[in-house]
Design a protein around this ligand. Structure first.
Ligand code: UGA
Length: 424
């Protein structure tokens, strides 16, 4: 927002995070963010504080807090959204706009709008879902592929028009560049977000179901994806078969969506998402089984090198990470796991302390009975068999992300196995 020319105050309850940000240090790994922080803070348009009172006087107030899965339930935990809104409202004045960005169960915006109306009848609330991807957050924010506004009463009402006008000022730069804009009601805007993530999750699980079948008949899921992806009604994106989806969004969003559908009396509508979820979780089990299979039927005492801990490349996020989950399961089955990752080692160490960690690929693979590629960082995709052939005990590699060229590895004398690709 500061890069787009606005004056911005970032507020968080965590003093450590605020101190880091105030020193222009990003509290997580995100390409391009450190440079952007430094540049925008130098303009004086961006600062950070823990003091909610400093929100007073802002034209718009974005609420961007997380909605993680509740413990032991599918539903989203709304406590952060509610507490952020409750502590913000005393500082909101007439004519100002509270804008929700968090991914929420449909119906939340209407509930929060009532709170706003109760505290400050002259203020309003809009819902403006966020579609950025981790690892591409900066470009996705500065040049979004679409904008969605959920405004009070829809775009036809006076309140709706006033909210739209304020949002148009906020997004003047991307709008000038021609970014598609959909102005709608609260409930549609809320649904757009969870529908998009559910569709993406479904696409991944579809190709992973094909991968399961490919393995049964020795077919190649990567060629299958290329071939169906050429049909532009299908498209090749998000058809990469492998370990499946993780992270702080897709897994919890499909679960929260199912929970909400149930509350709305539409519990049969989204039962297919249960299948999407279980296909996804089966991929992890399949990977562990494959590791055991190539290690002659037992993982006990086997040295297993794991490349990747983050839920995807260009991120240090390990929330619901398929890679870390597989590493932990192999440990439970007696494997001696050594894991490496270019960005997520510190986070992984805290979450799974009972495996070993290495700073480099070379260190991780030394003496390995099997090497598992579980997060497709570029440096792992580009790995040459010759670099590690002399270091491992057994030349066996399992490609959990279909990121390597099987021919190259086999030509170098390796046993190469992948999810959904022919055995040899
Ligand atoms: C996802 C959505 O892509 C964003 O549009 C959305 O804004 C965000 O959630 C959110 O709700 O905040 P993100 O979680 O950053 O973004 O990650 P994705 O790029 O969607 O990847 C999710 C997972 O799917 C990763 O574990 C990735 O490895 C996996 N994946 C992705 C596959 O297994 N195959 C693919 O073909 C693509």
């Amino acid at each position: 927002m500061a890069e787009l020319g606005h004056e911005v105050i970032g507020i968080d309850v965590d003093p450590e995070k605020v101190a880091a940000l105030q020193a222009a240090r990003a509290p997580f790994y995100e390409p391009g963010l450190p440079e952007l922080l430094e540049r925008t803070m130098a303009t004086g348009r961006l600062r950070f504080t823990t003091d909610m009172a400093e929100a007073a006087g802002s034209a718009v107030h974005f609420v961007c807090v997380g909605t993680p899965q509740k413990r032991g339930e599918f539903a989203a935990d709304m406590k952060y959204v509610d507490s952020a809104v409750d502590s913000l409202l005393p500082h909101v004045a007439a004519g100002e706009l509270v804008i929700g960005k968090s991914t929420v169960p449909v119906g939340t915006a209407a509930r929060l709008a009532a709170k706003v109306a109760d505290k400050e009848p002259g203020a309003a609330l809009a819902w403006n879902p966020e579609f950025l991807r981790e690892g591409h957050a900066v470009e996705d924010t500065l040049t979004p592929d679409r904008l969605v506004y959920g405004v009070p009463g829809g775009q036809g009402t006076t309140e709706g028009k006033a909210a739209k006008a304020l949002l148009d000022e906020v997004y003047a730069t991307p709008l000038k560049r021609g970014t598609p804009l959909i102005v709608t009601d609260y409930q549609t805007a809320e649904l757009v977000k969870v529908a998009a993530n559910s569709f993406l999750a479904t696409k991944i699980s579809f190709i992973n179901a094909m991968a399961e079948l490919c393995e049964k008949v020795n077919a190649d899921v990567t060629q299958l994806a290329d071939a169906i992806g050429h049909d532009d009604r299908i498209g090749r994106k998000f058809l990469n078969a492998g370990l499946g989806f993780g992270g702080g969004c897709l897994p919890k969003d499909i679960r929260a969506f199912m929970a909400r559908a149930g509350e709305l009396g539409a519990d049969q509508t989204l039962t297919f998402l249960r299948e999407v979820d279980s296909i996804n979780m089966r991929r992890r089990i399949r990977m562990v089984d494959l590791a055991r299979e190539v290690c002659d039927g037992s993982l006990i005492g086997k040295r297993v090198a794991v490349l990747g801990a983050a839920f995807k490349p260009l991120s240090d996020d390990i929330r619901d990470s398929p890679a870390l989950n597989v590493a932990a399961q192999i440990r439970l089955q007696g494997g001696d796991v050594v894991l490496t990752d270019p960005a997520a080692l510190d986070n992984a160490r805290k979450a799974v302390p009972d495996i070993s960690y290495a700073d480099t690929v070379e260190e991780a693979v030394r003496g390995a009975d099997v090497v598992l590629l579980l997060t497709e960082w570029k440096e792992y995709r580009d790995l040459e068999p010759a670099t590690i052939s002399g270091l491992v005990k057994e030349k066996r590699i399992l490609d959990g992300r279909n990121a390597l060229d099987p021919g190259r590895w086999r030509a170098a004398g390796w046993t190469y196995r992948a999810l959904g690709r022919p055995r040899a």
